[in-house]
Design a protein around this ligand. Structure first.
Ligand code: ZN
Length: 160
């Protein structure tokens, strides 16, 4: 496993649409392993492949609603259902020191493939639903800052 460099806003890779994963091989496993390690090191809640410079539809999300926390690997993910809405504070590893409020569903269901190519569905509430949506948007080349309704001073976030 190896840490990968996280690209920051301004790198055009982050604005590109990612291609689906079609080959479920050792190279994919290596990418996922590296992404998990990079996520855990970063202290973030989720990471999408374009953030490490790979234009493929791969996402890792930390399910903080599980005890202990569980890393969920999502290949070719698609949010297929969402309920409710809530204004939530949000940030991104690729947009350091920027925080803002975004309206997100309170519950979301995602459909994705695992590392063997098997399809599954998973539900998430609160920050996990937020993360499903945020990471899926990365795969379309979008950053959360496009959706921010109100930016928040990073110093106020630290105190919260
Ligand atoms: Zn992000």
């Amino acid at each position: 496993m190896a840490l990968r460099k996280i690209l920051v806003q301004g790198d055009e890779t982050l604005n590109k649409r990612c291609r689906p994963v079609t080959v479920f091989d050792g190279r994919l496993r290596q990418l996922v392993d590296d992404m998990v390690e990079t996520l855990m090191q970063s202290g973030g809640a989720g990471l999408a492949a374009p953030q490490v410079g790979v234009l493929r539809r791969v996402v890792v999300v930390l399910d903080v609603n599980k005890e202990p926390e569980e890393v969920v690997v999502l290949i070719n993910p698609e949010v297929i259902d969402r309920r409710g809405s809530e204004r939530m504070l949000e940030g991104c590893l690729s947009v350091p020191n920027v925080w803002g409020y975004v309206t997100r569903p309170t519950w979301a269901k995602i459909r994705a493939q695992d590392m063997n190519g098997n399809w599954f569905e998973r539900e998430g509430e609160g920050v996990v639903a937020q993360c499903f949506c945020h990471e899926s948007e990365h795969l379309e080349g979008h950053l959360f800052t496009e959706k921010v309704e109100e930016f928040v001073d990073p110093e106020d976030v630290q105190k919260a």
